[in-house]
Design a protein around this ligand. Structure first.
Ligand code: IMP
Length: 440
């Protein structure tokens, strides 16, 4: 048995989609456990760019079963849009291979509106969310106002819950100048969506448990990144879910004993979308070059991502709180062509050197990053497939990262295509055993 958790160790957009797509052949099931359609997992297939927001990236492999866990906030509208898009690409999205937890929270039409109100009320201190209704839907979950996928299947219950919810929501909407929403209209739309959704709805916890008992392997696909975790990220500039390892158990109804290994996806530099502290941010020409070469625009919103040097303090923290066994390093080729490369190994705060990531965002805003400089490497790693093709300058950068993160790098992504990867099988054998051979 080897169920592997794959998660981002920075502020999201580390390139998880491609890595999940590469690893999927070694697993039977791919399961998402948190977030919603705020995620954007980009996969390039035969030169075609495919962006998945809600459905796990494993869906592109015909023989995999994909699971959407109770920890997600689920937009039926977004789900069926993605289903229709995938169908038009010839991808099999039948209910036999796509399960949605009946305990997942449903994103309702009022959630994005409430988010607009919340963000505009914050003014300059806005979080810079994706405006998909993610936060308000999780708020309703915690406040016990939420409507769950199972409720969509029972019209009487659904009608009552929508009416109850709108008694409160409409008062808020009207107070901020929005027209009240019609319970009857929302009910009619969501009743029909519920009918269409019914074949996909399942008890995901029981399903996974029985599959694992029968020897099937699960790849847990994290969304966003560790530093956007509601508890452990740069609060309040975070998403509203548990994007760290703990989210797997609550978000799928699984015991922690079922997670056998953790792969941390780490970009060779740092990016962040939206507001919040970012000590190594580059506001100069280097930042612009990285953004351009790395195509750093949000996969969900199209917003330009903020770019900066690699931050080993932040990633070391992410490795610790998630128990990362191995790292998959993405996009190091983007750094080629810069006149110098830097990486942060510690922060200075009020004259003191900090090696640990502070948990207060206001403190992180005030730290000064301490850098180590690296000479640019001669030769290219773009589209390299083997270590022997890697310039020694890059290997110095890699060794430094491994030393500073106290974690080995088991995969290096060297381009956008599925095949642009350097795979260190001996390291994956420690987690996947014989199955590591399936991957190369
Ligand atoms: P929300 O998840 O839409 O509530 O947004 C909260 C914060 O998380 C914002 O800064 C977003 O830009 C960020 N965020 C949410 N999803 C992603 C993602 O998939 N990649 C990167 N940032 C994200």
């Amino acid at each position: 048995m080897a169920n592997l958790l794959v998660l981002g160790t920075q502020w999201g957009d580390e390139g998880k989609g491609k890595i999940v797509d590469f690893l999927a052949p070694a697993f039977e099931i791919v399961a998402r456990y948190q977030g919603g359609h705020n995620a954007g997992h980009t996969v390039y297939l035969q030169g075609k760019k495919i962006v998945l927001h809600l459905i796990p990236s494993g869906i592109l492999h015909p023989d995999k079963v994909c699971v959407i866990g109770n920890g997600l906030v689920f937009s039926p509208r977004a789900f069926f849009k993605e289903i229709d898009d995938l169908k038009s690409l010839g991808v099999d999205v039948s209910p036999e291979r796509l399960l949605v937890s009946r305990a997942a929270q449903v994103i309702m039409p009022y959630h994005p509106l409430l988010e607009k109100i919340s963000e505009s009320t914050r003014g300059e201190k806005m979080i810079g969310t994706t405006c998909r209704g993610i936060g308000p839907c999780y708020e309703d979950k915690a406040a016990r106002w939420g409507i769950r996928v199972g409720d969509l299947l029972e019209p009487e219950i659904l009608k009552e819950k929508i009416e109850d919810s709108l008694r409160l929501k409409n008062r808020i909407l009207e107070a901020f100048g929005y027209p009240a929403l019609s319970a009857a209209e929302i009910f009619e739309e969501y009743r029909i969506l519920g009918e269409r959704l019914a074949p996909y709805v399942a008890d995901v916890s029981a399903f996974l448990d029985s599959q694992i008992a029968n020897g099937k392997w699960v790849l847990f696909e994290g969304a966003q990144g560790a530093l956007l975790d509601l508890d452990h990220g740069t609060y309040p500039y975070v998403t509203s879910s548990s994007s760290t390892a703990g989210g797997v158990c609550t978000g799928l109804g699984l015991s922690p004993k079922k997670v056998d290994g953790v792969l941390g996806i780490t970009k060779a530099y740092t990016t962040r979308v939206g507001s919040g502290p970012f000590p190594t941010e580059l506001k100069d020409e280097n930042g612009a070059i990285i953004a351009r070469r790395g195509d750093e625009f949000g996969a969900t919103t199209g917003r330009p991502r903020r770019c900066g040097w690699f931050d080993a303090v932040a990633v070391r923290y992410a490795c610790r709180i998630n128990g990362v066994d191995l790292i998959a390093l993405t996009k190091p080729d983007v750094l080629e062509g810069l006149v110098e490369i830097k990486a942060c190994y510690a922060y200075r705060y009020r004259g003191e050197v900090l090696k640990d990531f502070p948990s207060d965002a206001w403190m992180l805003e005030r730290v000064e990053p301490l850098y180590r400089s690296f000479p640019v490497w001669r030769g290219s790693i773009h589209r390299a497939h083997d270590f022997s093709e890697m310039p020694s300058g890059f290997l110095d950068y890699l060794n430094w990262l491994e030393d500073n993160l106290e974690t080995e790098v088991g995969l290096i992504s060297t381009g956008v295509e599925r095949a642009d990867i350097v795979y260190r099988r001996e390291q994956f054998e420690k987690i996947l055993g014989e199955r590591a051979k399936i991957l190369g």
